[in-house]
Design a protein. Structure first.
Length: 162
Protein backbone atom coordinates (compact mmCIF):
# COMPACT_ATOMS: atom_id res chain seq x y z
CA UNK A 1 0.00 0.00 0.00
CA UNK A 2 1.50 3.32 -1.00
CA UNK A 3 1.81 6.15 1.48
CA UNK A 4 -0.84 8.17 -0.40
CA UNK A 5 -3.28 5.25 -0.44
CA UNK A 6 -2.62 4.64 3.23
CA UNK A 7 -3.36 8.30 4.07
CA UNK A 8 -6.55 8.19 2.00
CA UNK A 9 -7.63 5.01 3.75
CA UNK A 10 -7.04 6.67 7.11
CA UNK A 11 -9.11 9.72 6.12
CA UNK A 12 -11.92 7.56 4.74
CA UNK A 13 -11.85 5.13 7.66
CA UNK A 14 -12.54 7.95 10.10
CA UNK A 15 -15.87 8.48 8.37
CA UNK A 16 -16.91 4.82 8.66
CA UNK A 17 -15.90 4.23 12.27
CA UNK A 18 -15.80 6.32 15.39
CA UNK A 19 -12.46 7.56 16.60
CA UNK A 20 -11.34 6.94 20.13
CA UNK A 21 -12.71 9.76 22.27
CA UNK A 22 -15.13 11.00 19.61
CA UNK A 23 -18.11 10.60 21.93
CA UNK A 24 -16.35 11.96 25.00
CA UNK A 25 -18.73 14.09 27.02
CA UNK A 26 -21.89 12.73 25.40
CA UNK A 27 -24.62 12.24 27.96
CA UNK A 28 -22.48 13.74 30.71
CA UNK A 29 -24.06 16.96 32.01
CA UNK A 30 -20.85 17.82 33.87
CA UNK A 31 -18.80 17.85 30.63
CA UNK A 32 -17.92 21.24 29.13
CA UNK A 33 -20.51 22.41 26.58
CA UNK A 34 -18.04 22.37 23.68
CA UNK A 35 -17.51 18.60 24.10
CA UNK A 36 -21.19 17.64 24.07
CA UNK A 37 -22.21 16.18 20.73
CA UNK A 38 -20.54 15.83 17.33
CA UNK A 39 -19.96 18.14 14.40
CA UNK A 40 -20.16 16.72 10.87
CA UNK A 41 -18.62 18.69 8.02
CA UNK A 42 -19.86 17.87 4.50
CA UNK A 43 -17.47 17.19 1.63
CA UNK A 44 -18.90 20.16 -0.28
CA UNK A 45 -17.95 22.52 2.55
CA UNK A 46 -14.32 21.43 2.46
CA UNK A 47 -14.32 21.50 -1.37
CA UNK A 48 -15.58 25.10 -1.41
CA UNK A 49 -13.00 26.21 1.14
CA UNK A 50 -10.19 24.47 -0.77
CA UNK A 51 -11.36 25.91 -4.11
CA UNK A 52 -11.50 29.46 -2.78
CA UNK A 53 -8.12 29.09 -1.06
CA UNK A 54 -6.49 27.82 -4.27
CA UNK A 55 -7.94 30.71 -6.28
CA UNK A 56 -6.45 33.22 -3.81
CA UNK A 57 -2.96 32.44 -5.15
CA UNK A 58 -2.32 35.03 -7.90
CA UNK A 59 -0.57 32.62 -10.31
CA UNK A 60 -3.60 30.31 -10.43
CA UNK A 61 -5.64 31.17 -13.50
CA UNK A 62 -8.42 28.62 -13.06
CA UNK A 63 -9.29 25.24 -11.59
CA UNK A 64 -10.42 22.12 -13.45
CA UNK A 65 -9.27 19.99 -16.35
CA UNK A 66 -10.17 21.03 -19.90
CA UNK A 67 -13.57 19.35 -20.14
CA UNK A 68 -14.58 20.37 -16.61
CA UNK A 69 -13.73 24.01 -17.40
CA UNK A 70 -15.79 23.87 -20.60
CA UNK A 71 -18.79 22.43 -18.76
CA UNK A 72 -18.30 24.96 -15.95
CA UNK A 73 -18.28 27.83 -18.46
CA UNK A 74 -21.58 26.59 -19.89
CA UNK A 75 -23.10 26.21 -16.40
CA UNK A 76 -22.33 29.85 -15.61
CA UNK A 77 -24.70 30.93 -18.37
CA UNK A 78 -27.60 28.85 -17.02
CA UNK A 79 -29.71 30.74 -14.47
CA UNK A 80 -29.87 29.16 -11.04
CA UNK A 81 -26.58 27.24 -11.26
CA UNK A 82 -23.60 27.99 -9.07
CA UNK A 83 -20.38 29.65 -10.11
CA UNK A 84 -18.42 26.40 -9.99
CA UNK A 85 -16.35 27.09 -6.87
CA UNK A 86 -15.73 23.36 -6.51
CA UNK A 87 -14.78 22.83 -10.17
CA UNK A 88 -11.45 21.01 -10.25
CA UNK A 89 -11.62 20.12 -6.55
CA UNK A 90 -12.10 16.63 -5.13
CA UNK A 91 -12.05 15.92 -1.41
CA UNK A 92 -12.35 13.03 1.00
CA UNK A 93 -13.51 14.05 4.44
CA UNK A 94 -13.36 11.88 7.51
CA UNK A 95 -14.30 12.63 11.08
CA UNK A 96 -10.94 14.27 11.86
CA UNK A 97 -9.02 14.39 8.58
CA UNK A 98 -9.40 15.51 4.98
CA UNK A 99 -7.53 14.90 1.73
CA UNK A 100 -7.75 17.30 -1.22
CA UNK A 101 -7.06 16.86 -4.97
CA UNK A 102 -6.83 19.95 -7.18
CA UNK A 103 -6.64 20.37 -10.96
CA UNK A 104 -5.01 23.73 -11.75
CA UNK A 105 -4.41 26.00 -14.71
CA UNK A 106 -1.36 28.16 -14.00
CA UNK A 107 -0.51 31.52 -15.56
CA UNK A 108 2.31 31.37 -18.10
CA UNK A 109 5.64 32.42 -16.59
CA UNK A 110 4.83 31.32 -13.04
CA UNK A 111 7.16 28.84 -11.36
CA UNK A 112 4.95 25.77 -11.17
CA UNK A 113 6.71 24.22 -8.16
CA UNK A 114 6.53 27.46 -6.17
CA UNK A 115 2.91 28.04 -7.17
CA UNK A 116 1.96 24.48 -6.15
CA UNK A 117 3.67 24.99 -2.79
CA UNK A 118 1.81 28.29 -2.27
CA UNK A 119 -1.53 26.68 -3.18
CA UNK A 120 -0.85 23.71 -0.90
CA UNK A 121 0.04 25.99 2.02
CA UNK A 122 -3.00 28.21 1.52
CA UNK A 123 -5.40 25.26 1.19
CA UNK A 124 -4.03 23.48 4.27
CA UNK A 125 -4.13 26.66 6.38
CA UNK A 126 -7.65 27.63 5.26
CA UNK A 127 -9.24 24.19 5.64
CA UNK A 128 -7.60 23.51 9.01
CA UNK A 129 -8.44 26.97 10.36
CA UNK A 130 -12.07 26.95 9.21
CA UNK A 131 -12.98 23.31 9.88
CA UNK A 132 -10.56 22.04 12.52
CA UNK A 133 -9.87 19.00 10.32
CA UNK A 134 -6.30 17.85 9.80
CA UNK A 135 -5.42 18.01 6.09
CA UNK A 136 -3.33 14.90 5.43
CA UNK A 137 -2.51 15.75 1.80
CA UNK A 138 -3.14 18.21 -1.00
CA UNK A 139 -2.42 16.63 -4.39
CA UNK A 140 -2.03 19.07 -7.27
CA UNK A 141 -2.26 18.29 -10.97
CA UNK A 142 -1.30 21.15 -13.29
CA UNK A 143 -3.44 20.48 -16.36
CA UNK A 144 -2.72 23.57 -18.43
CA UNK A 145 -0.82 26.83 -18.69
CA UNK A 146 -2.82 29.96 -19.53
CA UNK A 147 -1.06 32.01 -22.19
CA UNK A 148 -1.52 35.80 -22.20
CA UNK A 149 -3.07 35.82 -25.71
CA UNK A 150 -5.57 32.99 -25.04
CA UNK A 151 -9.25 33.80 -24.61
CA UNK A 152 -10.73 32.86 -21.29
CA UNK A 153 -13.57 30.39 -21.85
CA UNK A 154 -15.35 31.66 -18.74
CA UNK A 155 -15.78 35.12 -20.24
CA UNK A 156 -18.92 35.59 -22.31
CA UNK A 157 -18.28 36.20 -26.01
CA UNK A 158 -18.61 39.72 -27.32
CA UNK A 159 -22.08 40.59 -28.56
CA UNK A 160 -22.32 41.10 -32.28
CA UNK A 161 -25.53 43.13 -32.10
CA UNK A 162 -26.72 45.75 -29.67
Amino acid sequence: MTETTQRRSTATATRAGKQEGATQGRGDASAPPETRGNTAIADTVVAKIAGMAAREVPEVHNLGAGMARAVGAMRQHVPGTGGGVTQGVKVEVGERQAAVDLDLVIEYGAAIGDTAADVRTNVVNSVERMTGLQVVEVNIAVDDVHLPDEEDESEPPERRVA
